[in-house]
Design a protein. Structure first.
Ligand SMILES: Cc1cc2nc3c(=O)[nH]c(=O)nc-3n(C[C@H](O)[C@H](O)[C@H](O)COP(=O)(O)OP(=O)(O)OC[C@H]3O[C@@H](n4cnc5c(N)ncnc54)[C@H](O)[C@@H]3O)c2cc1C
Length: 465
């Protein structure tokens, strides 16, 4: 490629009519829409965006990036906090055209394309009364969420998303196709269940589905001043609660949403967002204690179709906000840590900013730390602090609160963090987050991607076998 020829021109010439999708470069119409990701704090300008429609397009795009020595970012749902689905001056391999979802109700499986989002999975699976563990916002990509682990409303009952992954079709760095499952390429199957996009481009995922249709769900809110007592109570309560009950703790500001009482709008609160997927008959018994503990401001739990729960906050957290993320795994809450949560809850800087503490006990603990790369199964919680605001002028305000909060609570953490809740935080942090699994990941990376073609991610550096 001469200095005069752009990557997009070169791609159009070299990939030509064999490419079924769309090739977009700077200056082309649609470039700004195509390069935008969920987090508006990320503003990157790729040399080429290859919107793929099939596996042949995926292979051609990988080969093109390699041949021209261009950085390659793989985009699933575009939700990643650190913007790992887009790259400056390189190639974005956009999978949004591979988003079909098929459900096999007899086998109870869901097959989703590598660029599908969870609302597409919900739309296909819910009519069959089925679901599989995902996250808490429906517009998140199946690809990134799954490859990092997948923590959500069904985790205590059915485990992480990766614990329900049966097989995946992967295009490797050299363009070959590999099926990853317990029987085929088991080392690759191990690596992609938490190791992120380091090992190849996943064009389709097949999940085990579960009978989840109508759940009993919603928030309980307490005054922010009760944060310490609610946090202590909830952390004991949830660990001995039936697995069908999930409830993540939050300090947040009540959004002005129709389904929430107007008198609570804009009030800072602490709360638990519940999802009970067990017998409806037992729901009253299960929620008896949360409903009464500490005189809540609101106990808003009721029957909800699972897709409605997953999309409850979609409108509030719409694309295009400024996001700054920090995270940790947590085993226990000493009083000193709780004091920090109280202090930073009081300092919540904006309406959209929040702290979430997700339980990862129950079924998540049934799998050993070394069985998948997700190396903190012995932790009880995955904490995420998000500083969020629509106004770019508040970017440093939300960033400073997030970083100060994390600095204050990190000393009480288990060490690493859930990779999907991190920004681009450097190699030491990636190592800490995989813990004892890092060396095996590095060796597997050395086998499948020795030249580190897939490095726009929480990168695992290849180690020669
Ligand atoms: C509002 C919001 C809520 C969230 N809630 C949750 C939650 O409840 N639970 C949870 O676990 N996580 C949650 N997350 C985090 C989410 O899992 C990560 O942001 C994840 O990276 C998003 O995946 P994506 O495909 O949308 O992202 P992208 O930005 O497209 O990709 C992220 C990374 O995954 C890689 N990747 C994506 N798809 C593929 C593929 N098919 N093949 C190979 N590599 C791929 C990319 O290369 C990149 O490195 C949330 C994020 C947001 C913004």
């Amino acid at each position: 490629m001469s200095t005069q020829t752009t990557a997009a021109d070169a791609a159009r010439q070299e990939l030509g009519p064999g490419f079924s999708g769309t090739l977009i470069g700077p200056g082309d119409s649609g470039y700004d829409e195509a390069r935008a990701v969920f987090n508006a704090m990320i503003d990157r300008r790729p040399a080429l965006i290859a919107q793929c429609r099939n596996t042949a397009d995926v292979k051609a795009t990988i080969a093109f990036a390699r041949e021209h020595d261009l950085l390659l970012a793989v985009r699933g749902g575009g939700h990643n906090g650190g913007g790992l689905g887009v790259v400056d001056d390189g190639v974005v391999l956009d999978l949004s055209g591979l988003s079909s979802v098929e459900v096999d109700p007899a086998k109870r499986t869901i097959r989703a394309g590598g660029g599908a989002t969870w609302n597409m999975v919900d739309a296909a699976a819910h009519p069959h009364g089925l679901s599989t563990p995902s996250g808490i916002i429906s517009s998140t990509g199946v690809g990134g969420l799954t490859l990092g682990g997948g923590i959500g409303h069904l985790s205590r009952k059915y485990g992480l998303t990766i614990d329900n992954l049966l097989e995946a079709d992967v295009i490797l760095a050299d363009g070959t196709e590999a099926r990853a499952s317990a029987d085929e390429n088991p080392d690759l199957f191990w690596a992609i269940r938490g190791g992120g996009g380091n090992f190849g481009v996943v064009t389709s995922f097949t999940f085990r589905a579960h009978p989840v249709s109508i759940v009993q769900a919603g928030p309980t809110f307490w005054p922010l001043e009760q944060t310490a007592e609610v946090m202590r109570w909830w952390s004991d309560f949830i660990r001995q609660a039936p697995r069908e009950l999930n409830g993540f703790f939050t300090t947040m500001t009540v959004p002005p949403a129709d389904f929430l009482p107007a008198e609570l709008h804009f009030r800072k609160v602490c709360g638990v967002i519940w999802c009970y997927c067990g017998d409806e008959d037992k729901a009253a018994e299960v929620f008896a204690e949360p409903q009464q503990f500490g005189n809540p401001l609101l106990h808003g739990v009721g029957p909800v179709p699972f897709p409605a729960l997953q999309s409850l906050f979609d409108g509030f957290y719409s694309p295009g906000l400024q996001w700054y993320w920090r995270a940790d795994f947590v085993k226990e809450f000493p009083d000193a840590a709780i004091e920090q949560h109280v202090e930073f809850g009081e300092k919540l800087p904006t309406l959209h900013s929040a702290m979430h503490m997700y339980p990862i006990d129950g079924a998540v603990h049934d799998v050993a730390n070394s069985d998948t790369p997700f190396g903190y199964r012995d932790a009880n919680w995955a904490e995420v602090i998000v500083g969020v605001d629509p106004d770019p002028a508040n970017a440093s305000l939300v960033r400073d609160w997030t970083v100060d909060y994390w600095d204050a609570t990190h000393p009480y953490s288990a060490g690493g963090a859930y990779v999907n809740f991190m920004m681009d935080e450097g190699h030491a942090r990636v190592r800490a987050s995989y813990g004892a699994n890092y060396d095996r990941l590095a060796k597997t990376k050395g086998e499948y991607d020795p030249e580190n073609v897939f490095r726009v991610n929480q990168n695992i550096e290849p180690k020669a076998a």
